[in-house]
Design a protein around this ligand. Sequence first.
Ligand code: IPM
Ligand code: MG
Length: 358
Amino acid sequence: MTHKILLIAGDGIGPEIVGAAEDVINALRSRFGFNCELEHALMGGCAIDAHGTALPDVTLERARACDAIVLGAVGGPKWDKVERAIRPERGLLKLRSELDLFCNLRPAVLFPALVDASTLKPEVVSGLDIMIIRELTSGIYFGQPRGIETTADGKRRGYNTLAYTEDEIVRIARRGFEVARQRNRRLCSVDKANVLEVTELWREIVQNMASEYPDVEVSHMYVDNAAMQLVRAPKQFDVLVTDNMFGDILSDLASMLTGSIGMLPSASLNADNKGMYEPIHGSAPDIAGKNVANPLATILSASMMMRYTLGEAALADKVEAAVSRVLEQGLRTADIATAGCRTVGTREMGAAVIAALQ
Ligand code: IPM
Ligand code: MG
C-alpha cells in the first residue's frame, strides 16, 4: 500500500525542519521499504504572498486527498499587519477545522540524555512521559460571536466565545479514556469548573463517562492548579485531557519539562485517525534560514504519523530510537545545548538521525 503524505513547510524555520523530516522519510523509503508518495503544498504567510490566502483551495484539496500531513509552522512578523481574518494562523485553524482534526495528542517525553537540558531539577523531570490531549476544533478558538467592535461610547470592545457541545466533549473525552487505557490508566481532566459553566458541563460529562472505563482512574483539576502541578511534580500525570485554549497553554509549559519546545511533536487526528503532524513550536522567524533550528520535534512528528495514521509502528520505533541515539552521542542543536555536548545545525542533526537509523 502506498501512503500519500502531504508536506506543508509553511513559514520561518518551516522549510528547514520539514526538509529534515522529508529526508528522514526518504531514508525510511530507500532503506526499509517504506512505501509512500510525497507531495508539497503552501500554507500560511508564503501562501498569502503567492495566492492571497493562507489556505489556498489547492492545498485544502491535497490535504483532503492525502493520508497524512506533515506541517512545519506558519506565521511571522511580515504578516502581522495582514487583516485578522486572513492571517497565516487562520489558515492553520481552518485546515484543522475542515479536516475535523479534533483530537490533538501532545506527548511530553524526556529523552534520558536531555535530563540536564531542562530548567527543572533532574529528579523532577527524569523519566517523564505524559500525554496532553487537547481538543482542537472547538472552544474559544472557534466560538461565535467573536470580534472587536466599537460601542456607543466610541470605545472599542473585544470579545470571544467559549462554547462546547455535549457531543464535542464526549468525543474528546473518549479519546482521553482510550489513550489512558493504552498507557498507565490514569486520566486527569483539566477545566475551570469553579468559574466557567462550559467547563462545569465538561467535568460532569467526563465524570459520567468514567463508569464505562472502570479500569481508568479519573481525576479532575482546575487549570491553574494543573499549571502549578505540572511544574511542581509533573510525573504525577499520565494522560491529561483538556479544551483547546488550556491545551495550547499547558502543552507549551510541558515542553520545557523535556528540555526545549524544539523537542515536542504532535498529532491532530480526526475520527478515522487521519492526521496532521506538526511540532508544537512556532515558525521562529528570528532564526529562520540560519540552520540552527531543532528539527527533532518535526522528525518526531513524522514518527507519530507512522504510528497513529499509517500503521507503521516498527518504523516509528526506529526513528525514535535513532533520535535517542543521536542525543546519547552528545549532539545538540542550540536550544538543547549543554556543557560538554557538540552543538550542530539543523542539517547536521537531521543527517545524524538518518545515520543512526537501524
Ligand atoms: C499551537 C500554536 C497554534 C495554536 C497557533 C500557531 C495558531 O500555538 O499549535 O499550539 O494556538 O493552536
Ligand atoms: Mg501553541
